[in-house]
Ligand binder design. Structure first.
Ligand code: ZN
Length: 397
C-alpha cells in the first residue's frame, strides 16, 4: 500500500550502509538485509548513496514567487520601503498566487524539501487573497510537502490600518502563525506592534514569527521585548525571530544575555544567509542552546532574482557566507536545513530514527560536506513513505 517502502543500501547521514523499512509512512526498522514490509511494497536500491531526512525551508514567501514565469529583470530600489512599494505596484500584473506558489512547490519537492514555513502577505489592498492562494496550493501538494503559513504584514501593521484585523482573520482562515515586521523600523512603535501580534497568537493558540531587520541596540531591545512577551504569555517554543541581524553585531555581553534568554524561552532564529552585514554567529547560538534554522526567503520574485528551491544550495550559501571550510562547519550549515529546521518549527517525528515520519532524501555523495558543496541531483525523495520525486523515482514500480 502507499506509505510502505523498503530502501536498500543507503548511508544515513553518511554513516554505514543499512536498509530502511517504512510502513504506513513511518520508519519501522533500520538494519541489514531487511524484508520488505509486504508483497506489494515498493523496493528501491540505494546503491550506497547518502540518506538524509527531508529538507526543511523554515522561511519562505510562496505567494511572492515568479517561478515558472518568463524571466523578469529586477525593478525594485535598494531600500526596504522601495522594495515594498515596487511589489505593490507590480503584483496585480501577475498570475494568481495559487498557480505561482504551485510552480514553486513543484521545484521544492524535486529538490527534496518536505516541509516549508511560508510567510504570506496580508494588507488592506489585497486582503486575504494571498493567504487563500497559498492555502489552495498547499492543499494540492499536501501529499508531497507540508506547508505551514505565517500571516505576514509586509507593508507594516500599525501604519496600514486594518492590517491587525486581517492578521487575526488570516489565523482564523488557517494560518498557523502571526507574523511581524520591524516593530520599530517599519511600524515605529515596538510595544504596540508586539502587543498586538502576541495578543492574536495568544487568543488563537497560534505561533509568532517576526521579521527583525532592525540592527544594533534597537534590535537587541526588541529581542528583549519579544522574550518578555513570550514568557508572560507562556508561548515558549512557539516563537521565531527571522533574520535577527542585531545578534551578529551586539557586544559579547549583550549577545550572551540575549542567547541565554532565547534558549530559555525556546525562541528560534531563522536565517536566510542574507548577504547583508555580518553573518549570524551560528556556532555561538548553537552552543548557547538556541535553535537556528535556514530558509530561502523569497525565491525569484519582485524582491530578488535568486533562489531555486534547493536547500542544499542555500546551505552552501550559508557556509560560504560564514567562511566555513572545515567539514564539521559545513555540516553545521546543513544541520540548519534539516534537524535545526525541525527543532525550530517543533516538527513531530522528524529524523531518521525508528518511529520517525519517512520524509527522506537519497542522493549521491561521499559525505555530508561534499553533498553541500556539490549539490547533486536527488536520486529519491520520499514524503510520508510515498515516493514523490527523484531521478530514480521513475525506475521503480
Ligand atoms: Zn522573509
Amino acid at each position: 500500500m502507499s506509505g510502505d517502502l523498503l530502501v536498500k543500501d543507503v548511508r544515513p547521514m553518511g554513516g554505514s550502509v543499512t536498509d530502511v523499512r517504512v510502513r504506513d509512512g513511518r520508519i519501522e526498522a533500520l538494519g541489514q538485509r531487511l524484508e520488505a514490509p509486504g508483497d506489494a511494497a515498493t523496493v528501491v536500491e540505494g546503491r550506497g548513496e547518502l540518506l538524509l531526512p527531508g529538507f526543511v525551508d523554515a522561511h519562505a514567501h510562496l505567494d511572492k514567487t515568479l517561478w515558472g514565469l518568463p524571466w523578469r529583470p529586477h525593478s525594485g530600489g535598494p531600500t526596504l520601503a522601495e522594495l515594498i512599494r515596487n511589489e505593490r505596484r507590480h503584483r496585480r500584473e501577475l498570475p494568481p498566487v495559487a498557480q505561482r506558489a504551485g510552480n514553486l512547490l513543484a521545484a521544492y519537492v524535486a529538490a527534496g524539501v518536505t516541509h516549508i514555513r511560508s510567510h504570506v502577505d496580508v494588507d488592506p489592498e489585497a486582503g486575504l487573497a494571498s493567504i487563500e492562494g497559498v492555502l489552495e496550493a498547499r492543499e494540492r501538494f499536501r501529499d508531497r510537502v507540508t506547508v505551514e503559513i505565517v500571516a505576514f504584514p509586509q507593508s507594516g501593521m500599525l501604519v496600514e490600518p486594518g492590517t491587525r484585523e486581517l492578521l487575526e482573520a488570516a489565523v482564523e482562515a488557517g494560518a498557523e502563525c502571526v507574523g511581524g515586521l520591524d516593530p520599530a523600523g517599519v511600524d515605529g512603535d515596538p510595544v504596540e506592534h508586539l502587543d498586538a501580534i502576541f495578543g492574536i497568537a495568544a487568543r488563537h493558540g497560534a505561533g509568532v514569527d517576526i521579521h527583525l531587520h532592525d540592527c544594533g541596540e534597537l534590535g537587541a531591545w526588541e529581542v528583549r521585548l519579544i522574550v518578555e512577551r513570550t514568557r508572560a504569555l507562556g508561548l515558549a517554543g512557539r516563537v521565531m525571530i527571522s533574520h535577527a541581524f542585531c545578534l551578529s553585531i551586539v557586544a559579547d555581553g549583550v549577545f550572551d544575555e540575549l542567547a541565554r534568554d532565547l534558549a530559555e524561552q525556546r525562541i528560534a532564529v531563522a536565517t536566510a544567509a542574507s548577504p547583508r552585514g555580518e553573518p549570524l554567529p551560528l556556532r555561538r547560538l548553537r552552543d548557547a542552546g538556541v535553535a537556528v534554522c535556514l530558509g530561502q526567503d523569497g525565491i525569484r520574485d519582485l524582491w530578488s532574482p535568486y533562489g531555486t528551491g534547493d536547500m542544499l544550495e542555500r546551505a552552501m550559501l550559508l557556509a560560504w557566507r560564514s567562511s566555513f571550510r572545515r567539514d564539521e562547519d559545513v555540516e553545521l550549515a546543513l544541520e540548519t536545513a534539516t534537524i535545526g529546521g525541525a527543532r525550530a518549527l517543533g516538527l513531530e517525528g522528524y529524523g531518521l530514527d525508528v518511529g520517525c515520519h519517512a520524509d527522506l532524501v537519497v542522493l549521491p555523495g561521499e559525505g555530508l560536506a561534499e553533498a553541500v558543496v556539490s549539490r547533486p541531483p536527488r536520486s529519491l525523495v520520499v514524503k510520508r513513505g510515498r515516493i514523490v520525486a527523484g531521478r530514480r523515482a521513475s525506475t521503480v514500480a
